[in-house]
Structures are given as C-alpha cells and as structure tokens.
Design a protein around this ligand. Structure first.
Ligand code: LMR
Length: 397
C-alpha cells in the first residue's frame, strides 16, 4: 500500500537542523529552528527546571494515568500566567482548559474543536505566519485565509491593511493572532493596535484564536500577555494555545495548554467535555512529565521567582544580540538600514532578503536560516556577529 506515497520535502524549519549538521564550513552558524541558545551555542536545561526535576524524582510515586485534562496544578498555574490571577473569566469559571502535547498539540485539538463548532468556519492567519500553522489547522479540515500583516519595507506591521481586512471577516470566523513575539517576523502589535483589534472583533463578531508560544521573550511575562488579557476581558469567547517549549526550555517534553474562554460556566462544562473527547480520540491524554515540572515551578514562590529571572536573562540577552547585529551591519556599511531588527520582539527577525540571498548565505557562508529570511536571534553570539554581518553584506552586494 505504501508505494502510492510520494516523498515529501524536508520540513522547512526542522529540516534545517539535519542539513546544518552536514555543513563542513568551520565558521557555520545555525539561525534556523527556534530554540534558545547561550553564548556557547548550547540549549541548556534551565536551573529552575533542573531543580524541579529533582523534586519530581523524589516526590513522584506512581506512573498510573493522570486525569484526561492533564496535571491540574499545571493548568491552574498556566491560566494564571496567561490571564493574570484576578481575571474575570477565571473568577466566573468560564475557562475550559487541557494540558496538551506542546503548543502544536494545543493548536491541533483546538482546530478540531473549531471544526465541531462550525464546519464552515474559516481561520484567518497573518501573512506570513509560522509555517506549521497551516498543516496544524488545515489537517482539521478548516479553510485558511490570510490577512495582511508584515510590511517588508519597514520591518513593521501594515496595520491599516490588516484592520481593513479584519473588518470584512464574517461573524463566527476565527482570527489567529500571535500573542507576542510574532513568529516568523518579530513584528508585534502595539497596545493601541490590540485595542483596535478588540474593537473590530466586537463589531464583526470574529473569534480570536491567540497562539502564545514566547511569553516573556518580548517585553516581559505580563507585558507579553497584554493583548490576550485585553481580548479575554472584553469578549465572550477567546481561544488560546500556549507553549512551554521556549520560556521553560521544555522543547522535547512537549508541554502546552489549550484554553477556551467561554461565555458561561455551563458552556465551559460542555466545551471541556468536547476538548477532552477530541484529545482522547487522537492521543488519549497528555504526557505528564513536563506539565508536572511546570506545576512545581509555577506553584512555588521561590522557584517561580528563579524561573522569572531566567526568562528575564534570556530576553535581555536576545535584545542585546539584536542591537549587536544591527550595530555591526551599520558600522560595516551595509547598503540598507537594518535597525528594524532592534524594534522587533522575541526570538525571530525577518531580514527581508530574497530567497536567493538566503540560499547564498547558506552555500557561500554556511549560515543557515529559513528561506523566508527568518533568523533565530538566539543563534547570534559575540563570536559570530562579525562573521554574520560580513556574510550578509557580501550577499547583498
Ligand atoms: C520554530 O518556529 O522554529 C519552532 O517553533 C520549532 C518548530 O516546531 O517549528
């Protein structure tokens, strides 16, 4: 039976890691997959996570099944992190939520849920959006359309065009918004723009679907939740997919949350039963381990503080790397203005160069990043910044 299957191309993001390993250039630089790296290029386990692992090792006394929704302390801790402790939707018991296998698992089961609510719903995604949004949402059989977002000429957002498009979205359609640190561009909505998005949602009746995978990497843990909290406070329904891959560095443990802010406690109960039914039909229940670690961290004042400090360190380092690269490019006389890199947020920047130039960076200089020109800022270091700037200036000639 398998003979009918054609060979698919490598994943546009994950495929880069395999190609990078084979690269022979001694100066090679990996700016591909979105993982945080230290100055030595290593993705180490956070100290708070290492401590939580020790605690879990001592306290875990069974490997029996956990509840279908996942680790409850994880869910409660994450909802507080995302919405804030006093959020009205939490107080009114209007939030359905399950632990999910990573942000991807959350996006997938939430897409299935949208399909169950309205099989004709269209999901609107930003142009561009994270490449894996398309298969995750599309596999649920939902139609996907794009709204204008990134402005290649400024490195910012085409907000007027975005607003004009969202004003035409029909009631009940779903609009996927990146909570912070837009992947792939790093161009984020300002607080005023979030306010306008809220007003458009109130007017048109579209449902926001907020994907928040980088909370804490933009301006801070609370600051990065501004848009989500604003929409969740003022709209009856908001869908949220969150990931702990980046801010807890738990990539391989697959830890995420699928949350649905519903209009009432009664609707929440039915929604909770549905999302658990969907998860049961795909993977039954989430793996416990990563959620148990996040539970330990978020529910201990001392460990939470330690983790918050580590998030701050990662964020400030990435901000300084943005400045480092932009400064090097300016000092070395790049023939265009790259200062937008310093205004973008989080782990990624779009360099706004052509696919041919991206390929030249790879073949001529051993610098690997996604063909769209998305770079992982955390892959820049004091050691490679000169080489990166020189290589980029060279391919732009
Ligand atoms: C990325 O965007 O590089 C990461 O989120 C990894 C992935 O799964 O694509």
């Amino acid at each position: 039976m398998f003979e009918v299957l054609p060979l698919l191309p490598a994943d546009p993001i994950l495929g880069l890691s395999a190609a990078f390993k084979l690269e022979k250039n001694p100066n090679k630089v990996d700016l591909g997959v979105g993982v945080y790296k230290n100055e030595q290029g290593q993705t180490v386990i956070l100290d708070s996570v290492a401590k939580a692992q020790q605690i879990l090792l001592e306290k875990e006394d069974s490997k029996t099944y956990i509840t279908p929704q996942g680790v409850q302390g994880f869910i409660d801790g994450m909802l507080t992190l995302l919405l804030g402790a006093d959020h009205t939707a939490l107080k009114d018991n209007r939030v359905a939520a399950v632990q999910a296998p990573g942000g991807c698992g959350a996006l997938r089961i939430l897409s299935e849920l949208i399909k169950r609510c309205d099989e004709n719903a269209t999901v609107w995604v930003s142009d561009p959006t994270w490449a894996n949004h398309i298969p995750l949402i599309g596999s649920a059989g939902l139609e996907i359309k794009t709204y204008p977002y990134f402005d290649q000429s400024t490195g910012g957002i085409k907000f007027d065009e975005m607003a004009e498009c969202l004003n035409q979205v029909k009631k009940g359609d779903v609009v996927l918004l990146h909570g912070c640190c837009h992947n792939p561009t790093g161009a984020d909505l300002s607080q005023e723009q979030w306010q306008q998005v809220l007003e458009i949602a109130q007017k048109t009746g579209f449902i926001p679907f907020i994907d928040t995978a980088y909370q804490g990497f933009g301006d801070g843990l609370d600051e990065d939740a501004y848009g989500l909290r604003l929409l969740a406070s003022n709209l009856p329904e908001v869908i949220v997919a969150a990931s702990c891959s980046k801010n807890f560095g738990l990539y391989r443990e697959r830890v995420g949350l699928a949350a649905m802010i519903t209009s009432s406690d009664k609707v929440r109960e039915a929604t909770q039963s549905q999302i658990q039914y969907i998860a049961r039909g795909i993977y039954s229940m989430p793996p416990s381990y990563g959620g148990a670690l996040v539970d330990i961290i978020l529910n201990s004042e001392e460990m939470k503080k330690q983790w918050q400090g580590e998030v701050t360190d990662m964020r400030t380092r990435m901000q300084s790397l943005r400045v480092l690269l932009a400064d090097k490019l300016r000092e070395k006389g790049a023939n265009r203005d790259f200062s937008f890199i310093t205004r973008q947020k989080g782990m990624f920047s779009y360099l706004c160069i052509t696919p041919e130039q991206v390929r030249a960076m790879r073949t001529e200089h051993g610098v690997y990043f996604v063909e769209s020109s998305r770079v992982n800022v955390a892959g820049i270091s004091l050691n490679n910044a000169d080489y990166l700037a020189d290589s980029l200036i060279n391919v732009l000639k």
